[in-house]
Write a protein that binds this ligand. Structure first.
Ligand code: SF4
Length: 212
């Protein structure tokens, strides 16, 4: 059994898959408490579902792309057989993770979107740097940036680890905290080889709407 907050159909609001129809499986629970977290409803009180029940519900939407998210989806050990089951059923599977738990045993066919937690999240010390060794070129790294300090930190990490040579890099502003325009201007001033990123769903629907 897995504890699940919600399963729903939407467009992918983030990553380089932005805009594609996608089914989201949001697992309950998170080991972090980012100060700007927009998913606090996933911290507690999910519903227990078996892997078969989850896969059946995902199938019912008739969409091939599925993202497992949270909370922190890797907290629940059964997420591994869930990913295997979705792959066996021929889904294209994405996993969004905070990067604080090991991704080593995530099936290689799964597209991993790894957050690196900037200082402004309050959770910078939870980054599991060893995860960078387990990323494939099909995976992506996302920095959620609250201010100029976060931006400079992200730029240094990018350069120290030569990340842009290996993998798509997403720089995303904390919604309603950092202006998209400011982040854009910083990226352009530095000619940074990163993808400016935003949470598309917050522009389509009311930003506080959940399950979209
Ligand atoms: S890792 Fe994600 S779900 Fe957990 S507190 Fe941070 S933003 Fe919220």
């Amino acid at each position: 059994m897995l504890e699940v907050t919600e399963i729903y159909k939407s467009v992918q609001g983030e990553s380089t898959y932005i805009g594609f129809p996608c089914v989201f499986v949001r697992l309950t629970g998170c080991n972090l408490r980012c100060v700007w977290c927009d998913t606090t409803h996933a911290f507690h009180n999910g519903k227990n579902l078996s892997i078969d029940q989850i896969v059946d519900q995902v199938k019912s939407y008739g969409i091939n792309l599925v993202e497992i998210t949270g909370g922190e989806p890797l907290l629940q050990k059964e997420v591994f057989p869930l990913m295997e089951s979705l792959l066996i059923n021929k889904f294209q599977v994405m996993l969004e993770t905070s990067g604080s738990l090991s991704i080593k045993n995530v099936p290689k066919e799964v597209i991993k979107i790894l957050d690196l937690k900037c200082p402004g999240s309050g959770e910078e010390n939870k980054n599991l740097w060893e995860n960078l060794n387990h990323l494939a070129s099909t995976d992506e790294i996302k920095f959620v940036i609250a201010d100029k300090v976060d931006y400079e930190w992200s730029k240094k990490v990018l350069q120290d680890y030569k990340l842009d040579k290996k993998i798509p890099i997403l720089f995303s502003p904390v919604f309603e905290k950092l202006k998209l325009k400011d982040l854009t201007e910083w990226i352009l001033a530095d000619n940074l080889p990163v993808r400016l990123h935003t949470q598309l769903h917050k522009y389509i629907w009311d930003p506080k709407t959940i399950g979209v």
